[in-house]
Design a protein around this ligand. Structure first.
Ligand code: ADP
Ligand code: MG
Length: 796
């Protein structure tokens, strides 16, 4: 379509050019008509002049013949009528006639002169107009030529590009139409064929129109050439006539010249008249003179005529030149027309090519589309069975889905029922389990209590300190304490040559580890979580390993850290059922004075009855820290250790002369019932139990030692009273027992770890410690059978 459009564009250009050519032709025709009219006028004037000349000539001839005709008569008459008034009269008449003719000729000459001038002016103006028209025509032709060249270049430069662009656009559109119509295959088959046939029809129509226009152009060109031939023929005929007339003029001029040559005859006649009459002669001379003057004038007139003829010839030449020019322009126009025709032919060829290319391209496209259509048709033909099978599949699937949804709904409802049943069962089972668990917990607690009961609520353990390298420098390095590997509860002390056996709840070998020691303490920690009050004491002389057992070293921690670690792990295990809050306080009792180990200022504290009405004791101003995790308790223990007042003694540089207490309170809440428990654990690192005189203390130190001994004695008394189930427990005898009143009372559990040195040098203190231990421990198994030894106490 696009190449057709470009062709139509070119064709419109061509039509414009044709219109311009027609306009030029019309102008040319108009100019020719004007020129012919002018020529006609000129010829008419020329003819008129010739006629005038002829009339003059004829009048002259007549006058001459009149003058000549009487002469033969006058020869006879002259001889008879010489000097007769009739002859003179005629002569005078002829002279008048000649004068009249002369004046007439003058008038004619003036008229001719003015006419000639007018003609000259007209010619000049016409020549100018012609020149102007020619210039205009030239400029027009130049413009057309330029336009034509521009059109040619424009057409040549962009035609291919335009075609390419148009074809690519057409391709794109065809592709688009292909993609669109792939879904509409039925319509696809109809559309390209229609478009193609339409294109071909359009092409044919355009071709027919072009051919019609060409034929009409041809006809018109032929008509024009015929008209030109006719006009040329007429021109030629007119030229011929003109030439004939000019020949005639020349002949007449020749005759006139001949007639002039006959002048002596008249002279002769005049002379003859002169003889006859002097008056006539006189008149004759006058007439001759006049004649001469007239002939001179005639010759002048002739000269003038020649000049006029010369001018006419020149004007003819000029007109001839103009005709030549016109012919040249006509030739140029015909040449241009030929070029135009050639250009049209060229454009036609191009158009043909473009049409062919478009046709081939469209045919190719059509072929491609047809191929695609066929393939798609094939696919389409292959599709219905697939579609049918898919339809059946779909129907079956749909029915399956429908069935499935029903089945699914039924299954879901069934599953829901089952799940709800299972859940109810599970909840029932859970309830049972929970009940069982609670029963189990209660049983465990009961059993634990029974176990602790069996072991005794107050248990006395003995730990024998191993012989260390630093102890070997001292005197009496021999080991006097021996343990029985077969009996965990007895040890023998060799003193003054005889062995003395001691029975305790548990005796740890010197090589017993911190973990083994803690294993015995662990049930008490569990009891504390369960809500019991627990006390753990480390008793023994300075340097026997109390602090080691309670605190331990960094790499091998003692009961304190291990108990707290176990506490937190137990809390973690119970977190689903219980929530616990752990608070810690630490005090030391030095010289019966209570100090806060977690407070830097070391302010003295007092023990008072709690004003809440429970009758329990409390220490106002004591710093109680809530422990979040095990790492936190490590820091608290380090602080307490730093703040502890220590004094070096003669026996052990690091021995403490004060009781150090770490009080842990565990408040538990049963998440299910909301019931609360409060357990307490007191971990007590007692001051050295060595005898005062042995340590060599005096004054303040002696007082210090006495206070320690007193408090330890009071502790022994309290424990003894508790084990003996006395009604009065002497708690108030010391600050230590008073402070621990809650934890040492009924229902509480106490462990006393008695530390002894195995060395001979410490045998006295070892014996004292063991005696103390045995005093609080000498019981029979079972509460009923338990008998506590009365009296005894601190060694003296
Ligand atoms: P106390 O607190 O009774 O005065 P310490 O606990 O300070 O005595 O012990 C004194 C020294 O003996 C410390 O250096 C300690 O490390 C060491 N010691 C005590 N018991 C043991 C033991 N079972 N194993 C190893 N070293 C011990
Ligand atoms: Mg110590």
């Amino acid at each position: 379509m696009s190449h057709l459009l470009s062709f139509l564009e070119q064709y419109s250009h061509f039509q414009q050019l044709q219109q311009q050519a027609d306009q030029y032709r019309v102008q040319l025709k108009r100019h020719r008509v004007q020129h012919r009219r002018q020529m006609k006028i000129l010829r008419a004037s020329y003819r008129q002049r010739i006629r005038d000349k002829n009339s003059v000539i004829s009048s002259l001839e007549e006058a001459i013949s009149q003058q000549q005709s009487p002469s033969p008569l006058s020869e006879g008459e002259c001889s008879s009528d010489v000097g007769s008034p009739a002859g003179l009269h005629r002569l005078v008449e002829s002279l008048y006639g000649l004068q009249g003719e002369r004046s007439k000729l003058r008038g004619e000459l003036r008229l001719l002169h003015s006419q000639l001038e007018q003609k000259e002016r007209d010619r000049h103006t016409r020549i100018q107009a012609f020149q102007q028209q020619i210039d205009e025509l030239k400029s027009c032709i130049e413009e057309r030529e330029e336009e034509l060249s521009r059109l040619r270049t424009a057409a040549g430069a962009t035609d291919s590009e335009k075609r390419v662009l148009c074809l690519s656009a057409e391709n794109e559109s065809l592709k688009q139409s292909l993609s669109v119509t792939q879904g509409l295959l039925q319509q696809l088959s109809a559309i390209p064929s229609q478009s193609n046939t339409m294109l071909i029809k359009e092409n044919e129509n355009l071709r027919g129109r072009v051919q019609q226009l060409e034929s009409s152009l041809q006809q018109r060109a032929e008509q024009l050439s015929q008209l030109e031939r006719k006009s040329e023929h007429r021109e030629w005929r007119r030229g011929e006539e003109l030439r004939k007339r000019e020949d005639r003029v020349r002949e007449l001029e020749l005759e006139l010249n001949k007639e002039r040559g006959k002048e002596p005859v008249v002279k002769y006649v005049t002379q003859t008249v002169e003889v006859e009459s002097p008056a006539t002669v006189k008149q004759l001379t006058k007439a001759r003179q006049r004649n001469e003057v007239l002939s001179e004038r005639l010759s002048g007139q002739n000269e003038r005529c020649r000049q006029l003829e010369e001018q006419i010839r020149k004007s003819d030449e000029y007109s001839c030149n103009l005709q030549h020019k016109i012919a040249a322009y006509e030739r140029e126009i015909s040449h241009l027309r030929e070029e135009l025709l050639k250009e049209i032919g060229h454009l036609e060829e191009k158009k043909e090519e473009a049409v062919k290319a478009a046709a081939s391209c469209s045919a190719e496209h059509f072929q491609n589309l047809q191929d695609q259509f066929f393939t798609l048709q094939k696919r389409l033909t292959a599709l219905p069975p697939t579609l049918r099978s898919m339809k059946t599949d779909y129907a079956s699937l749909r029915s399956q889905v429908r069935n499935f949804s029903e089945f699914y709904g039924a299954a879901i409802s069934e599953a829901k029922k089952q799940i709800s049943a299972a859940i109810s069962e599970m909840s029932e089972a859970n309830k049972d389990l929970l009940e069982k668990y609670r029963k189990e917990v209660a049983l465990r607690r009961k059993l634990h209590e029974q176990l602790v009961e069996l072991k005794g609520n107050i248990r006395v353990l003995c730990r024998v300190k191993p012989v260390l390298k630093e102890d070997q420098h001292e005197e009496g390095q021999s080991v006097v304490v021996t343990t029985d590997p077969n009996n965990e509860s007895s040890l023998t002390v060799l003193s003054k040559g005889k062995g003395r056996s001691f029975e305790l709840d548990k005796v740890f070998q010197p090589h017993a580890t911190q973990e083994e020691v803690f294993q015995e303490i662990e049930p008490l920690v569990t009891s504390c979580i369960d809500g019991y009050h627990v006390c753990i004491f480390a008793y023994g002389q300075t340097g026997s390993g109390k602090t080691y057992t309670m605190e331990g070293s960094v790499e091998n921690p003692g009961i304190n850290q291990r108990a707290l670690k176990h506490l937190f792990s137990e809390i973690e295990e119970r977190k689903d059922m219980w929530s616990y809050t752990v608070t810690v306080s630490s005090v030391e009792i030095y010289n019966e004075v209570l100090r806060d180990l977690l407070s830097k200022d070391g302010e003295k504290l007092d023990i008072k009855i709690n004003p809440d009405g429970t009758g329990q004791l409390h220490v106002p101003g004591l710093r109680v820290v809530e422990v979040r995790n095990f790492q936190h308790i490590k820091k608290i223990l380090a602080t307490a250790r730093r703040n502890r007042i220590t004094f070096g003694t003669q026996m052990n540089q690091h021995s403490s002369r004060s009781h150090a207490l770490l009080c842990i309170t565990v408040q538990g809440t049963d998440l299910a019932s909301g019931s609360k428990t409060t357990g307490k654990m007191n971990l007590v690192d007692l001051a050295g139990s060595e005898r005062v005189w042995k340590s060599g203390a005096e004054g303040e130190r002696l007082k210090e030692a006495q206070n320690i001994n007193r408090s330890l004695l009071a502790l022994g008394d309290v424990i003894q009273a508790l084990r003996g189930r006395h009604t009065h427990i002497p708690f108030r005898n010391s600050r230590l027992t008073y402070l621990l009143q809650d934890s040492l009372g009924k229902g509480s559990k106490t462990v006393m770890v008695v530390q002894v040195s195995a060395l001979e040098s410490n045998v006295g203190e070892t014996l004292c410690s063991l005696k103390f231990a045995q005093r609080v421990c000498k019981v029979e198994l079972g509460p009923a059978a338990r008998k506590i030894e009365s009296g005894g106490g601190q060694c003296d």
